[in-house]
Design a protein around this ligand. Sequence first.
Ligand SMILES: [Zn+2]
Length: 83
Amino acid sequence: MLRTNEHRSCCCDAYLDGDGYDPNEEERAGNVRIVSTAEPGWSMTYRVQCAACGREFIVKQIDGPALQWKWVPRGVKRKSGQR
Ligand SMILES: [Zn+2]
């Protein structure tokens, strides 16, 4: 079983460093699953889950000269060090 609290590395780590990953394309490629989306528009958010490790992300689509996507991991559970 995969344990999300011992996250090491996964293909989804790349999303954290880049802002050019379209969640729709990633889903089409089978890398992620779009759990839900906000109201469709130029600036909207997606809730996305990695198909490999199950990590969830909030993806903010940012309108600009080119569309960008900010991927923020969500629901990262830590057993210790909680504040
Ligand atoms: Zn992953």
